[in-house]
Each structure stands twice: as structure tokens, then as C-alpha cells.
Design a protein around this ligand. Structure first.
Ligand code: IDP
Ligand code: MG
Length: 137
């Protein structure tokens, strides 16, 4: 089994899409090993997205992800990273395939409803950054 880190972003939480999104994740065969509603601090968001700090949208991204609560998810499945990214769709909802979470619930390339890790290594880093050991099953 492989792990990935998922995060329902503030726009989707605000619009009450949390239940529908979790349903799709469970229907796709993922097991939830950790789940919490949380408000990211600016410092936490800056560190979480540190890989993007040279990108022009970094400030906007930190502001967006701290604009309200997120739902953090530690997920497990065979081929988790790649299957989960397929379920999310492309970064830009306009380019995302029909039926994907970003196509259904995203607003724009910046405000795109959900996060997913891009590698097994980053999944491990992100899960351990967000969750304490006693919050994981
Ligand atoms: P990903 O979330 O599909 O892996 P990344 O390139 O890792 O996409 O970007 C991280 C996040 O930064 C995206 O999910 C999105 O919220 C935001 N983002 C990416 N590209 C842009 C952009 O061109 N303008 C504004 N925000 C962006
Ligand atoms: Mg990414």
C-alpha cells in the first residue's frame, strides 16, 4: 500500500463540498488513515509550499490556503499518488477531465478545491508535516 496527502482547500470547505469530495475519494478505493479540519497558519503554509517560493503566485497561494479551514487527509491505496492525482484532475479546472474533483468543484487554476502530493517521498513529508503520529491510524 502507498500513501498520499490530500487536502480539501478553503474554497471547497467554504462551499460545503467536503462531504461530496470525501465520498469520491472513498468510492475510488482510498482508505482514510488521518483526517482533520484545521486552520493553517501563514508560517505553516509558507513551509508547506516552500517548493513554490520562487514562483510568482507564491504570495497569493499562501494567502489562499490560509483564507479559511482546510480538511487534511492522510490516504492509503495501491498506487496512491498517481491514482489520487488522476482523481483530482489537472491543476487548472478548465483543463481537468470530466468527472474529476477539480473539474466538478474547482474555480480556477489558483482556487482549485484540492491538493494532492506529487511523489511518494513528498507524500511522506507532507503527512508528517501536518499530522502528529497519534492522529494517524
Ligand atoms: P498541483 O496542485 O496540481 O500539484 P502545483 O503546480 O504544485 O499544482 O501548484 C500548487 C498550487 O499552486 C496549485 O494547486 C494552485 O492552487 C496554485 N497554482 C499553481 N499554478 C498557479 C498559477 O499559475 N497561478 C496561481 N496559482 C497557481
Ligand atoms: Mg504540486
Amino acid at each position: 500500500m502507498n500513501k498520499t496527502y490530500g487536502m480539501i482547500k478553503p474554497d471547497a470547505v467554504r462551499k460545503n463540498f467536503t462531504g461530496k469530495i470525501i465520498d469520491k475519494i472513498l468510492d475510488a478505493g482510498f482508505k482514510v488513515r488521518g483526517m482533520k479540519l484545521m486552520q493553517m497558519s501563514v508560517e505553516q503554509a509558507q513551509q508547506f509550499y516552500a517548493v513554490h517560493k520562487e514562483r510568482p503566485f507564491y504570495g497569493e497561494l499562501v494567502e489562499y490556503i490560509t483564507s479559511g479551514p482546510v480538511v487534511a487527509l492522510a490516504l492509503e491505496k495501491n498506487n496512491a499518488v498517481s491514482d489520487y492525482r488522476t482523481l483530482l484532475g489537472a491543476t487548472d479546472p478548465l483543463e481537468a477531465a470530466d468527472g474529476t474533483i477539480r473539474k466538478l468543484y474547482g474555480e480556477s487554476k489558483a482556487v482549485n478545491a484540492i491538493h494532492g502530493s506529487d511523489s511518494d517521498e513528498n507524500a511522506e513529508i507532507e503527512i508528517n508535516f501536518i499530522f502528529n503520529q497519534n492522529e494517524l491510524i
